[in-house]
Design a protein around this ligand. Structure first.
Ligand SMILES: *Cc1c(COP(=O)(O)O)cnc(C)c1O
Ligand SMILES: [Zn+2]
Length: 413
């Protein structure tokens, strides 16, 4: 039982079979999954979705798979948290946080990997691989273990300790490469043609991988009672997540799950130390000039983003913007979210929140818009970004007197 018709080139629209292919032979454009929406429309309903599991697999009809045996650690269906305290700080009346820190390996990557490895296994692959800025490594190693697949994950050697430990523990091979993510990615692109029996989740099975991000949009729509928000703020690494959130909102309408068609404003968030898409947006350019990343937001540090151009297009066509924030702002963003809502985000979440703050302050976000900010990774992954300035309020000897004295000091601070 399949709802997919095949793959199609985003540039020249040529068709390809639904195999492990990712670029068009004719024009080198990226390939995208094509669905039989008429068929899906006849089987999907709000009720059928509600009967599904509390994971991304409740939207199985709109995911690029052929059977009902997913590689599943329980990714998705994360809370959409109403953020009144943060909202009132920013002057936004209807603010929601999509809390994707709550995924099995602590980031949104579990969505895309669960889909990619499910499809890879259906296509007969027994070995999984990826080029990663960290979170993808965690997720590929964990899901491969779950599926009984062998894994090879390639990471830049300067990655956060937490991300290396939490990948290696799953027992696959972790290859630390001396270079940036873009070097790692180039190596994997070469390797993918050398090793056709390996499923590189973000190379040869990328069209399937990318579809997993749509579930963020599906969940937000369902959690808002099958209505769409007015404006969303999404972090950008390769730009894939941002474009697929837009696609997900459109698909929900297409298959009859929403009563009204609506263009959600989609805004993108980058770190200033790696902001090629924000730079192109600001200068009204169509071409994304690659950069050499230098930021604490390592999970977003892709200097040459594969879907940057499409992310730019989505932001422009939807009435959104793409903005960038400094490393200090990122740390402030992490603290602000933690302090107002009790949610601890990694640096990528700090990028989203700091950008949200900017857009609220400069009037891009209107106070009466329903806004969703995507917080995509857990703070425990990047504690070293905060550690130097975040610790005990005071250190005292174990006496009552000392505590009373310190209390005076804490009140003054
Ligand atoms: C990978 C990642 C993203 C965004 O990825 P895209 O490549 O733009 O789809 C966002 N947040 C976190 C924490 C990530 O790891
Ligand atoms: Zn083409």
């Amino acid at each position: 039982m399949s709802n997919i018709l095949g793959l199609k080139c985003r540039e020249c629209s040529r068709s390809f079979p639904a195999e492990a292919l990712h670029v068009c032979d004719y024009c080198f454009g990226p390939l995208e999954v094509v669905y039989d929406y008429e068929k899906i429309k006849s089987s999907i309903s709000r009720e059928s979705i509600k009967k599904g599991p509390n994971t991304i697999w409740r939207y199985r009809d709109l995911l690029p798979v052929d059977d009902d045996n997913p590689v599943d650690l329980g990714a998705g269906f994360t809370p959409l948290v109403r953020a009144d305290r943060l909202g009132s700080t920013l002057g936004i009346k209807n603010l929601w946080i999509k809390d994707d820190t709550r995924n099995p390996t602590g980031s949104f990557k579990d969505r895309v990997v669960s889909v990619a490895l499910t499809r890879a296994r259906q296509l007969g692959f027994k070995i999984a691989a990826c080029a990663s800025t960290g979170n993808l490594a965690n997720s590929v190693a964990a899901h491969s273990a779950r599926a009984g697949m062998e894994s090879f994950v390639f990471i830049p050697s300067n990655l956060e300790v937490a991300k290396i430990v939490t990948t290696a523990v799953y027992g696959g091979s972790v290859i630390a490469v001396e270079g940036s993510y873009d070097d790692v990615n180039r190596l994997c692109a070469e390797l993918a043609s050398e090793k056709p029996s390996w499923a590189f989740v973000n190379v040869n099975v990328r069209p399937y991988y990318a579809e997993g991000s749509k579930t963020l949009a599906f969940e937000v729509a369902e959690q808002l009672n099958f209505e769409l928000p007015d404006h969303v703020v999404v972090p950008i690494a390769s730009g894939s997540q941002l474009t697929k959130i837009d696609k997900g909102f459109k698909e929900f309408y297409e298959v009859g799950l929403l009563s009204e068609e609506k263009q959600v404003r989609v805004s993108g968030a980058q770190a200033l130390g790696c902001s090629p898409v924000a730079t192109a947006f600001a200068s009204n350019a169509d071409y994304i000039k690659p950069v050499k990343p230098d930021t604490i937001a390592k999970s977003l540090a892709i200097g040459n983003p594969a879907d940057g151009y499409y992310a730019l297009e989505v932001a422009r066509n939807s009435g959104g913007v793409i903005d960038a924030v400094s490393d200090d702002d990122i740390l402030d963003g992490i603290r602000l979210l933690a302090k107002t809502e009790g949610i601890f985000a990694e640096t990528a979440g700090g990028v989203t929140i700091a950008t949200l703050v900017r857009l609220a302050n400069n009037g891009t976000i209107k106070s009466d818009e329903t806004v969703v900010a995507f917080v995509t990774g857990h703070g425990l992954k990047t504690v070293e970004a905060l550690a130097p300035n975040t610790g005990a309020s005071v250190t005292i000897p174990p006496t009552l007197e000392a505590f009373e004295e310190s209390l005076e000091q804490l009140k003054r601070d």
